[in-house]
Design a protein around this ligand. Structure first.
Ligand code: FAD
Ligand code: SF4
Length: 511
């Protein structure tokens, strides 16, 4: 072979132009490496998911007539080749190749590693042909701005890609944004359709990971893995979402319940982040489902979904490339606390956190509002160090790849970026959680109380957070009302709340 082409674990795009036809001079290298399995403490389902999807992709390429050199973790460890580039160099030498080609990695860490390797061997880099925007689009759109407004970027994407637009370049229904309709709490009587799952025995992968002493977090019951890992399975999961959950997606997008982990969310982030599905085909499928059934699916559902994908997802990627590597070290609120151990065990009496954390440990999945308003909110008002928060989020979710994890965690959730992404911090007391979920009903703590033994810890921590950061936030237009409410409490109540917050922080491991 004269050429080695590298395929990373999150570059499983079968429609990439590389694969248009087999080429007998080219061998594709796919490697399970120790460095990728250990750059953070991953959830066991996350490592399993990536390895299974990579193996299935290698098979799909071979079936298409391509030459693939696949190395399992056992093989790369045995050869003492622990990084991606060590494996590429070794493969090039063993097949006598003198050309190296790769696709742009989505992570800074790998981008740097491959850039310097590629310079040494005269490599050529290709686009991944996955995203609808370039790495630089966000940086260019917001050049010189203090705040990057997602809405501005989203409208630009709608226009540029003619998504839900009319012939005059205006939004198809005359309105860009349906967020007002997308904040529904769940009615009492509601059913949740069962989502399709893809059952696989993953015992061999788990045993292999254990054999190499790799530390993992989370659980996988009976080693049964259920995420889609082949292209056909991902397409089936997409169709299942469009038929069964899209009709309610927008309306209940912010709701949470003890009765169901997924509600009406798509659970397609792993399929998209590995590039098994493209964002374009995902939104096209949702829009087609809406067009085919205009009376069954209201516009706010499909607009809400499209916004997440061509808005938030593409925007976060652009923020990542505009801000890295400095972004990784931001801590604008000067937070220093440790995350309690129960983020790794789920052992807490706080019902909302117990649900969100245990679900994350069991399924490597939580939906957006659980991530933002339960686990993220608590870490923020507790004052946890963003490094701690990042380590947890990057490990625990099956879809956690740094470009989309860190921007959501440090940026959106922890406001470590000084307000680049969000115009106000995503913090709340029990009030919001009680309104948007049924968690508080079965809780050891009382969502109405601010002080006393049974007072919900969110309440005192929330006011403590506002008080601590008064200088920074009291002038913020969107937070003025909250500061007024705090002032109205009077000094006696304020002192009692702050004392309770101090107790909560000191005893956080026991909550
Ligand atoms: P749905 O609610 O069904 O949304 C559909 C799709 O829209 C998602 O699959 C995702 O691709 C995209 N999307 C929605 N919101 C966002 C967002 N804020 N940023 C980027 N894409 C979005 N997403 C990840 O893919 N990986 C992460 O590591 C990750 N970490 C997060 C950490 C925090 C603190 C928060 C608040 C959010 C995080 N998100 C992350 C975004 C979002 O929560 C997940 O994409 C979503 O929960 C995945 O489940 P779903 O496919 O059911 O999403
Ligand atoms: Fe969570 Fe507080 Fe409600 Fe308990 S009372 S579920 S801790 S918000």
């Amino acid at each position: 072979y004269s050429r080695v082409r590298l395929i990373l674990g999150d570059q499983l795009n079968i429609n990439h132009s590389w694969f248009a036809q087999p080429d007998e001079d080219t061998v594709y290298g796919i490697f399970e490496t120790y460095s990728e399995a250990t750059y953070c403490e991953h959830h066991i389902q996350k490592i399993t998911g990536f390895f299974l999807a990579m193996r299935a992709f290698a098979e799909a390429l071979r079936a298409g007539g391509h030459e693939v050199h696949y190395r399992t973790l056992d093989e790369t460890r045995k050869a003492g080749l622990n990084s991606i580039t060590e494996n590429v160099a070794d493969l090039m030498q063993s097949v006598g190749a003198h050309e190296f080609e790769y696709q742009y990695p989505d992570e800074w860490r790998l981008d740097q590693e491959l850039l310097s390797f590629s310079e040494k061997v005269g490599g050529v880099v290709f686009d991944t042909e996955h995203f609808l925007s370039t790495r630089d689009d966000v940086a260019q759109l917001f050049e010189g701005k203090q705040t990057y407004l997602m809405e501005t970027f989203y409208r630009e994407m709608r226009r540029r890609h003619h998504v839900l637009m009319d012939a005059n370049g205006e939004p198809a229904t005359g309105q860009w944004n349906y967020d007002q309709e997308n904040r529904g709490a769940l009615p009492k009587e509601i059913s949740f359709p069962a989502a399709s799952t893809f059952v696989r025995d993953a015992s061999d992968v788990v045993a292999m990971v254990e054999r190499h002493g790799i530390q993992t977090m989370g659980r996988m019951q009976d080693n049964v893995f259920t995420y889609p890992v082949t292209r056909d399975e991902c397409l089936e999961a997409l169709a299942d979402f469009c038929t069964n959950r899209l009709p309610y997606f927008g309306t209940y997008q912010d709701a949470m319940t003890v009765h169901h982990p997924l509600l009406y969310h798509a659970n397609l982030s792993f399929a998209m982040n590995t590039k098994l599905l493209s964002p374009r085909e995902v939104i096209d499928a949702a829009i087609a489902a809406w067009r085919d059934d205009p009376n069954g699916i209201s516009f706010n559902q499909v607009e809400g979904f499209v916004r997440q994908i061509i808005g938030w997802r593409e925007y976060m990627r652009g923020v990542y490339w505009a801000q890295m590597p400095e972004f990784e070290h931001t801590n604008s609120l000067g937070h220093e606390a440790k995350l309690p151990r129960w983020y790794w065990t789920g052992d807490t009496k706080m019902n909302c956190l117990s649900h969100a954390v245990n679900q994350s440990l069991d399924l490597a999945y939580a939906h957006h509002i659980q991530r933002l308003m339960i686990t993220g909110n608590f870490a923020l008002i507790l004052g946890a160090h963003p490094d701690e928060v990042d380590a947890w989020y990057l490990g625990v979710y099956i879809d956690a790849i740094q470009w989309v994890e860190i921007t959501n965690t440090r940026g959106m959730s922890q406001r470590a970026d000084g307000g680049l992404i969000a115009t106000k911090p995503y913090c709340s007391s029990a009030n919001y959680i009680n309104k948007m979920s049924d968690y508080c009903k079965g809780c050891h703590y009382d969502p109405k109380q601010r002080t006393g033994e049974r007072a919900c810890p969110f309440n005192s921590l929330y006011w403590d957070f506002l008080d601590r950061h008064r200088e920074r936030f009291s002038g913020n237009f969107r937070m003025k009302m909250m500061y007024r409410a705090w002032e109205r409490k009077g000094s006696e109540e304020q002192v009692a709340i702050l004392e309770r917050a101090a107790w909560v922080k000191e005893h956080v491991e026991e909550l």
